[in-house]
Design a binder for this molecule. Structure first.
Ligand SMILES: [Zn+2]
Length: 169
């Protein structure tokens, strides 16, 4: 009897874990984060992204461009709230982790949650850097460096065009 219950739980668990995955392209699976929420990949064609993103947001998020230094709309923003992906609206950074730096792009010392941002090695332009991408839509955000303030010592250097801002209530 004990074994029967064990197998019943195994089968129940396996069937639950596949719910909702049927329509996703191969290789793009929902991902459970440390805080318990589930990130379901957002996948669109280039044409679909062009329809919903501004030209600068499209070129940064989908073509990995970098906006001009000191040009971003969030560089000077010091209001309380959170920054979300401009493409898929996934929360990425809290305003309290934004800091002032000589860097010409908005800078944060931590993400809202590790699992919301993917790190990818970027050896382009003759440099070795770590690129940051949105974990839900794979949009390019910026890069992370090791010269940030405490407590993390990290500097998430992010294009304003990759972000929307939600003010706190
Ligand atoms: Zn996104």
């Amino acid at each position: 009897m004990k074994y029967l219950i064990f197998f019943a739980i195994l089968i129940w668990g396996a069937s639950c874990s596949t719910v909702g995955q049927a329509n996703f392209p191969k290789g793009a699976k929902p991902m459970r984060t440390a805080s318990g929420d589930t990130i379901v990949p957002v996948i669109k064609t280039d044409e679909e992204w062009k329809e919903i993103l501004s030209p600068i947001a499209y070129s940064v998020l989908r073509e990995s461009a970098t906006e001009s230094p000191f040009s971003g709309k969030w560089l000077e923003n010091d209001k309380p709230g959170q920054y979300i992906c401009a493409a898929c609206k996934l929360p990425l950074f809290k305003s309290k982790t934004k800091f002032t730096t000589s860097c010409a792009w908005p800078s944060f010392y931590d993400s809202i949650e590790d699992a919301h941002i993917k790190e990818v090695v970027d050896d382009s332009h003759g440099m070795h850097r770590v690129e940051l991408r949105c974990a839900r839509c794979d949009g390019h955000l910026g890069h992370v460096f090791n010269d940030g303030p405490k407590p993390t010592g990290l500097r998430f250097c992010i294009n304003s065009a990759s972000l929307d801002f939600e003010p706190a209530d």
